[in-house]
Write a protein that binds this ligand. Structure first.
Ligand SMILES: [Zn+2]
Length: 456
């Protein structure tokens, strides 16, 4: 049905994958944001947000207007290079007209003050973005949730560094991406400041506010950098459950470091919400799981492995366009199987056979390498994507296969990659393997309907 999607012409080179037909209206090729500086004031009882976003950006062409995404919040004031600018909001689009156009190639600053009662946007993928919990909030950014809490150039190809300062009622902990660089308490308010030094796609930015306690689960030494700190932010009542449920996090981190290369960030934190969550959420340096995801069951443990693997596949190496989402989900699903084998929960071969049987019983009308916007989080993108990797591994052999995965992470660290980049890399690494041609192996898995048999 959607098999013809893969012939969609790719966006022109240099456009950063924009415009992206999967998320029309999100992301602009006209400018590149280098840094977001967010100051947020959150009132939990009334769910009010007052924000000031200061962006540093570069004009990729002469800018008479600057288009950002901002959903459900009202702009009070906008400035470009310190001068008052006109702001017009239409739907989720924010158009800022500077007093004088920004010349092509010029670095510029942009400041937006805004406020409102944030909430999720509902679309093709259900509710995404800012969400009120029983006692706190969370942000589910993927794929278009970022504009529900800050104005941004909303696309996975538009990575930037961040400083996120958020204040909330005293007694609550604010958790966000990167490292805590400041924390102060004043009267009835507490402010937490985070810095993200590795470029981050806006959808991977998150904010959680809750009655969290921070637990250190362990540290994983690494050669050239400080050890990776592994933490959990949990409601005090869930402390014991979290310590039990999350006790393999360090071993998972060690395994994935062996297989995929160094952990791409400084620390890693699993945030456990007081509420149950339908699915866990990935964010840069964080995973967000519900209280229902910290059991010892395989279903919980596979999800924990899956979310951790996204730090390599999705967060550090991010798809250039949403069409390449299998580069996140197929790889993270394959990481589940790798953990399964390591943990004595079933070999990769048995997991692959089970997945093959499951996918074979479903309709075979989806090209997982070009699933279309509506189907990009379909289970087949995950499982058949993982099967595609297993097919490559069987043809290439373990040594070359894992060398290719590590090279993919290394070459595209904190950047963007496409399926074409992965194929090119496989051909390079597979050059010595007799008769190997990446496109020939992967095409039936990624771009054709009928499910191919797994290579012997
Ligand atoms: Zn995933």
């Amino acid at each position: 049905m959607r098999q013809d999607r893969h012939v969609t012409p790719a966006p022109p080179p240099g456009s950063g994958g924009l415009p992206d037909p999967y998320t029309p209206g999100h992301g602009s090729p006209d400018y590149t944001v280098a840094h977001y500086d967010l100051d947020l004031e959150v009132k939990l009882a009334s769910n009010r947000l007052a924000g000031r976003a200061r962006l540093r950006a570069t004009a990729n062409r002469r800018l008479e207007t600057i288009t950002l995404s901002l959903a459900g919040l009202r702009v009070l004031k906008a400035q470009v290079e310190g001068a008052r600018a006109k702001a017009v909001q239409r739907g989720d689009e924010l158009r800022i007209t500077p007093a004088t156009p920004v010349p092509e190639g010029r670095d510029f600053s942009l400041e937006v003050r805004y406020e409102g009662s944030p909430g999720p946007t509902d679309g093709e993928w259900g509710d995404v973005g800012w969400e009120e919990l029983e006692d706190g909030i969370l942000v589910a950014g993927q794929p278009v949730g970022a504009p529900t809490w800050f104005p941004c150039n909303d696309h996975p190809s538009q990575k930037a560094t961040f400083r996120i300062s958020a204040s909330a009622d005293a007694g609550y902990r604010v958790v966000s991406n990167g490292l805590v660089v400041g924390h102060r308490r004043k009267a009835s308010r507490e402010t937490w400041i985070y810095e993200v030094h590795e470029p981050m796609a806006p959808y991977l930015a998150t904010l959680l506010i809750g009655r969290f306690q921070l637990l250190e689960l362990g540290r994983l030494p690494r050669r050239e950098y400080p050890a990776v700190g592994v933490f959990a932010a949990v409601p005090p009542a869930l402390r014991q459950d979290a310590l039990t449920g999350l006790r393999d996090q360090q071993a998972m981190l060690a395994l994935f470091t062996d297989l995929f290369g160094p952990y791409p960030f400084r620390d890693y934190t699993v945030v456990v919400t007081e509420d149950e969550l339908e699915i866990p959420l990935e964010a840069q340096t964080l995973s967000i799981v519900g209280r229902n995801h910290i059991t010892r069951s395989w279903e919980s443990q596979r999800l924990l492995a899956h979310e951790l693997a996204h730090q390599w596949f999705g967060n550090s190496v991010t798809a250039r366009t949403w069409e390449d989402i299998w580069l996140h989900e197929g790889f993270a699903c394959y990481a589940e199987w790798l953990w399964s084998e390591h943990a004595g929960q079933g070999s990769v071969a048995s997991r692959a056979e089970a997945a093959w049987t499951l996918v074979a019983a479903q309709r075979q009308d989806l090209a997982v390498g070009a699933p279309g916007a509506a189907m990009m989080f379909d289970d087949r993108v995950y499982k058949r994507g993982a099967l595609a990797l297993h097919a490559v591994r069987r043809v290439l052999g373990d040594d070359r296969f894992f060398r290719a995965l590590r090279a993919f992470c290394e070459e595209n660290r904190h950047a963007n990659a496409s399926t074409a980049d992965f194929l090119e890399l496989l051909d390079r690494v597979g050059a010595g393997a007799p008769g190997f041609e990446a496109h020939a192996v992967l095409r039936p898995w990624l771009f054709e309907g009928p499910l191919p048999p797994l290579p012997a």
